[in-house]
Design a protein around this ligand. Structure first.
Ligand code: C2E
Ligand code: MG
Ligand code: MG
Ligand code: MG
Length: 297
């Protein structure tokens, strides 16, 4: 509802939120770095989770965590409204750390509920990866505290401020990998998400950007790009996730291409933790024969 109650003006800064009023008089709200810093400390942020389904088995044993800001006056804000603000003002490390902690808390619960194969993906921009205050060392301590294994966590490198290839990023990714954490290249094929990264970074998953998937069934070039990308990934031993799958037709085309996982409104929108839990539990239960020797609860 909050999303309907306000909108971003075209051409305005991304951190400006407009309240609709009389058509001619709209009030503008500028998000400030200080406000975001407080929001992180006051737990105004919330993670939503979008299921990632295995195209072969139909099970949901993965999810992507997507951050939202429950703003006291503006309602629920999507990350595009405040991630760039965090990146520009040196807050992205702190925000990312908050996301990581919340994600591990959910993982602790969900590996118990869904089994040791469950994986949760979080997004990190390249800027965040080279923030000296946070990083693999911090994560190692948190994993130890919770007796969790890194293999249940995936880091998606997002396009937002994806820098060109850098050795610092490569080194940091190597440290995450050493903890067992898996790496995904997000929005592959757009912006800075390039072959250069496939060449130099330790990549486990490649996520085909929504823009190639959305007209898969109408556009021959998009179909071929998806096919070629999947083929390339297979040659490099990288698993493929198709993003933004919205229809049965897209799903049906992706399956024979060798795509491994699908994510998108066809399965579910991002939902709250409790909704995800119920949905995945119900969904998997009809597919996995329950192991009665190891009760889930
Ligand atoms: P992303 O990582 O590529 O995430 C996918 C985005 O596509 C999400 O938008 C999701 O809600 C949307 N989406 C998923 N399936 C569909 C579909 O079938 N159709 C359509 N139209 N959209 C779909 P969201 O949640 O607004 O996130 C936007 C971006 O913000 C993310 O793109 C990611 O780059 C960034 N982001 C989200 N959470 C974090 C975070 O914790 N840290 C950082 N650094 N960036 C984040
Ligand atoms: Mg992502
Ligand atoms: Mg993406
Ligand atoms: Mg994106």
């Amino acid at each position: 509802a909050a999303d309907d109650a306000m909108y971003l003006a075209k051409g305005a800064g991304k951190n400006q939120v407009y309240f609709p009023g009389v058509a001619s008089k709209r009030s503008v709200y500028m998000l400030s770095p200080a406000e975001l810093t407080n929001a992180i400390a006051n737990d105004e942020l919330e993670l939503f989770f979008q299921p990632i389904m295995s195209i072969h088995s139909g099970t949901i044993l993965k999810a992507e965590a997507l951050v939202r800001w429950n703003h006291p006056r503006l309602g629920r804000l999507s990350p595009d409204h405040f991630i760039p603000l965090a990146e520009k003002n040196g807050i992205i490390g702190r925000l990312g750390n908050w996301v990581e902690r919340q994600a591990l808390c959910q993982l602790e619960r969900w590996t118990t509920l869904f089994g040791e194969d469950f994986q949760l993906a979080i997004n990190k921009s390249a800027l965040e990866l080279i923030d000296p205050e946070y990083g693999a060392c911090q994560l190692e301590q948190q994993l130890l505290c919770r007796k969790l294994s890194g293999k249940n966590l995936v880091i998606e490198i997002t396009e937002h401020s994806m820098l060109e290839y850098s050795e610092a990023t490569q080194n940091e990714l190597g440290k995450y990998r050493a903890l067992g954490v898996q790496i995904a290249l997000d929005d592959f094929g757009t912006g800075y998400s390039s072959l250069m990264h496939l060449k130099h970074y330790p990549v486990d998953y490649l996520k085909i950007d929504r823009s190639f998937v959305s007209s898969l069934n109408q556009s021959n070039i998009d179909y071929r790009l998806c096919k070629g990308t999947t083929h390339l990934a297979k040659l490099l031993n990288v698993q493929v996730v198709a993003e933004g799958v919205e229809t049965q037709a897209q799903h049906d085309l992706l399956k024979p291409l060798g795509c491994d996982f699908i994510q998108g409104y066809f399965i579910s929108k991002p939902v709250s933790a409790i909704e995800f839990e119920h949905m995945a539990y119900r969904h998997n239960h009809t597919r996995i024969k329950p192991d009665l020797t190891a009760p889930l609860f």
